[in-house]
Design a protein around this ligand. Sequence first.
Ligand SMILES: NC(=O)c1ccc[n+]([C@@H]2O[C@H](COP(=O)([O-])OP(=O)(O)OC[C@H]3O[C@@H](n4cnc5c(N)ncnc54)[C@H](O)[C@@H]3O)[C@@H](O)[C@H]2O)c1
Length: 287
Amino acid sequence: METENTAKFRGGVAVITGAGAGIGSGLARQCASIGMTVVVTDVSSDRAEEVADQIRKSGGEADAMTVDVSHFKALDALAEAVYAKYGNRVRLLINNAGIETLGFSWEIPAERWESTLNINIHGIVHGARAFIPRMLASGQECWIANLASVGAFGVMPTQTAYIMSKHAVQSFSECLYLEMKVKQAPIHVSSVVPGMLKTSIFDAGAGAGEPQGAETYRSRMYHMMKDYGMDLDAGCKRIIEGICANKFWVDTQPEMTTGALQGRAKFLTEQRDPEIADEARHLLGLS
Ligand SMILES: NC(=O)c1ccc[n+]([C@@H]2O[C@H](COP(=O)([O-])OP(=O)(O)OC[C@H]3O[C@@H](n4cnc5c(N)ncnc54)[C@H](O)[C@@H]3O)[C@@H](O)[C@H]2O)c1
């Protein structure tokens, strides 16, 4: 899908976390399709290998690496390994790995809270921290994209851990963008705000460690995604086009982004009490 915007990425290297499934895997395929070598990383070695293998079989270039983003040293090791192998060809880092956690805040076991915040927040912070000095030293124009969500602009009871992590990612990306301006650094920062793409994030197996009762909420989200989610590769194509066009705001379903932002702006401006959105009532079993 090479275009005027994507031409400059040809021959470059893209590093993607959590790329063994879902959005990360879709982004890996899109990056390969614009002529990038993709470093497919995931906590699951098998999944990372499988995605890299698919890319190679389709004529693209890809490496697989096992990286658990919840350990900051793993991200340091990733940056070191990738720069040792590819040097200044590294142009794009997508901090994508993230998990959903459902259940009431006080019922979620401490371990699940820790892993959610470590993966969703610290994984992104330390990905950026590990790569940016090397990107700066390379003197190359580079891109960093962090996966937020429309959830970064709203609230949802029983998804508190996830929602607060995405609010954090959004503010991190905004500050990082400005830090690049302060430094006049040739690094573009994007906040990726998917609406809903069909992935495995709500699969029952991804809920290990959630409290009892959370499976009901997970199952409702799973079915909503199955029925209304956007096609994964179509959504990922839009994301890569947005990143390549140097956009800060990169989304998949603009109407969802606008709706969430307008709702948030109204809530903040009017200093209202938090309210459960009408569309969330069914998911919570309230209607
Ligand atoms: N699917 C959506 O509609 C949607 C919407 C908004 C935001 N997002 C965000 O997009 C990102 C990807 O979500 P998805 O829906 O593709 O999820 P997914 O569950 O389908 O895939 C996530 C991948 O991340 C990997 N992963 C999990 N823990 C990891 C860890 N500790 N280290 C490295 N990799 C790990 C998993 O093995 C899996 O391959 C997440 O940040 C998510 O919050 C998704």
